[in-house]
Design a protein around this ligand. Structure first.
Ligand code: ATP
Ligand code: MG
Length: 240
């Protein structure tokens, strides 16, 4: 059973081809990583998987359904998103940011409150519950955005550079969280610029460059093929 299938996905922004006939399949329960240089098309692809942008051509299936406007709300309810950019509401507190977000989903107020509290505790932000988000450091904001993506207990998680800007300890916390989510059976799609992160968390890695997927393989196979050095894969694949 596949969680996400992309078939010849192409996306133009005016004349710019941001995705060029991208084809891939992600099994349910898998952690699948997209790596590639700045501008490779990773965020464009992530936004397509959660239905924020539509492909110019090609087809995408998410959680067993062909993604189209009519079934978008139903599919979105089962997806958790951690966007690359900080889009917290600056006028609200830490807790309010989670509760407001939970209203997009069919979650009872009390359940949302309890879930938010537990998630805040888990990432060490519970004491900050009532603080305005402007007072958080960059890394703390990143953690808050991460747990916000979990508020609807999603089957599929889309993490666009989940640990960028985090210190080593915070990164480890998020890695542990991702691993425990993986063990609980969720499908996880992430983008990253950290080889170590991809190697540690991902069952499969897709290398992207200039809107194309150049290869998809397990970290183990890539490491064998490229002499134990995933960084080398990256530099060879993302050459101009
Ligand atoms: N809304 C947009 N309008 C026009 N061009 C865009 C838009 N979003 C992205 N692009 C362009 O599409 C290409 C792919 O961008 P995208 O953000 O998907 O790359 P990325 O792999 O996520 O990069 P990064 O690692 O820097 O986050 C880039 O050339 C970018 O300039
Ligand atoms: Mg990006």
């Amino acid at each position: 059973m596949y969680a996400v299938v992309g078939k010849s996905l192409t996306k133009y922004y005016k004349n710019l081809k941001a995705l060029d006939s991208v084809t891939f399949s992600i099994s349910a329960g898998e952690c699948f990583g997209f790596l590639g240089a700045n501008g490779a098309g990773k965020t464009t692809l992530m936004s397509m998987i959660y239905g924020f942008i539509m492909p110019t051509s090609g087809e995408i299936e998410v959680l067993g359904k062909k993604l189209q406007k009519s079934n978008l709300p139903e599919i979105k309810a089962k997806i958790g998103v951690v966007p690359q950019d900080n889009n917290l509401d600056p006028d609200l507190s830490v807790l309010e940011n989670l509760l407001v977000y939970s209203r997009y989903f069919d979650i009872r107020k009390k359940d949302a409150f309890n879930r938010a509290k537990n998630l805040l505790k888990f990432v060490g932000l519970y004491e900050w519950s009532n603080a305005n988000v402007r007072k958080l450091s960059g890394g703390m904001k990143r953690k808050l955005i991460f747990i916000r993506g979990l508020i609807n207990d999603p089957d599929l998680l889309i993490l666009d550079e989940p640990t960028t800007g985090l210190d080593p300890r915070s990164r480890k916390q998020i890695w542990n969280l991702i691993e425990s989510l993986k063990h609980s059976g969720k499908t996880i799609i992430l983008t990253t610029h950290y080889m170590e992160e991809a190697e540690k968390l991902c069952d499969k890695i897709a290398m992207m460059n200039k809107g194309k997927i150049l290869l998809i393989d397990t970290p183990e196979n890539l490491s064998i093929k490229f002499g134990g050095n995933l960084e080398k894969v990256y530099f060879e694949m993302t050459e101009d």
